[in-house]
Ligand binder design. Sequence first.
Ligand code: SAH
Ligand code: SF4
Length: 352
Amino acid sequence: MKPSLMDFTQKELIDIIQPKFRVKQIFGWMYHNYASDFEDMKNIPKSLKEELASKYVVNPLKIINKEVSSDGTIKYLLELQDGKTMEAVWLKMKDDIYEDGKLVQEAKYTICVSTQVGCKVGCSFCLTAKGGFTRDLSAGEIVAQVVTLKKDNNHKHNRKINIVYMGMGEPLDNLDNLSQAIKIFQEEEGLAIGGKRQTVSTSGLSSKIDKLGEMDLGVHIAISLHAVDDELRSELIPMNKAHNINSIIEAVKRFPIDTRKRVMFEYLVIKDKNDDLASAKKLVKLLHGIKAKVNLIYFNPYPGTPYDRPSYEDMFAFQEYLVKHGLLCTIRDSKGIDISAACGQLKEKNKK
Ligand code: SAH
Ligand code: SF4
């Protein structure tokens, strides 16, 4: 497997490619024109392209399946150079807005990326966990997901996009490659996606939350909390035994957060497990003193799971309780509900 040119920052590429101005051109080909191959790079000398092609690839990903939902969500199954597969999702957050026939606001999109093939954390409700852990993704394999999806949707390089690290895998369990990818996304002459447009979702590796904070990359964090007491949380997320709720809350309090922003707490709501108002009450207490926003997620069932989707009424009552007690709270609309929406489902379907 060859490394990808997308594994490197612009500065690092200058050590590999001379003269320096070629790096700028190649960066443009990769991130503005979405060139997948060296052949696509028109103004680069053949000799340089051949030399680079003997050691590197450009885009290491191939689209092997795609499911399009009626709401504009597109779920991609992507193949890596070693034949392994993982998923990335294109989410339409807002439609184009027209006034008097004129476009006044362009549609907004978010790309959900994977950071690993499989996952070590082993959450009992998560389909990705069922297949175990295969390997970390390289920085280039993370970056290439965004390039591939933008290209497939004809999304111009200078149009804004948000990234959420909520696909397969636990991002903080692959912190070196994650932080490298965050930096490459931020490159001004590349995709120019700033830290505040990137949200790292974690199941709560508290020591790594601190490490990410120390790197000061300006990214947001989202905590997959899902439970308010350690007993249930350890049942759902086995790693909670080593990184309990309290240690996560403390790490969040230390995390450098833009004063205008909030830390997102994701709460997966499972019928008769954590959908009662006593849990809502505990959640309010737990988040006291933190500038938090809660995102309630309907559990998305799949064959073989012991858990059920909560009722609309219980979900709404839970939200109402939080809002009444001063917490900002949204219910995640189940985008792509008619396709394989929950993480890991498209990959599962394509198993032969
Ligand atoms: N490993 C990280 C990021 C990837 S998981 C984390 O756990 O935060 C992305 C999100 O998908 C998590 O919030 C997780 O709770 C959610 N998820 C996993 N399985 C789900 C299911 N069956 N239904 C709904 N959401 C699910
Ligand atoms: Fe891993 Fe996140 Fe799935 Fe848990 S929910 S198994 S941490 S991908």
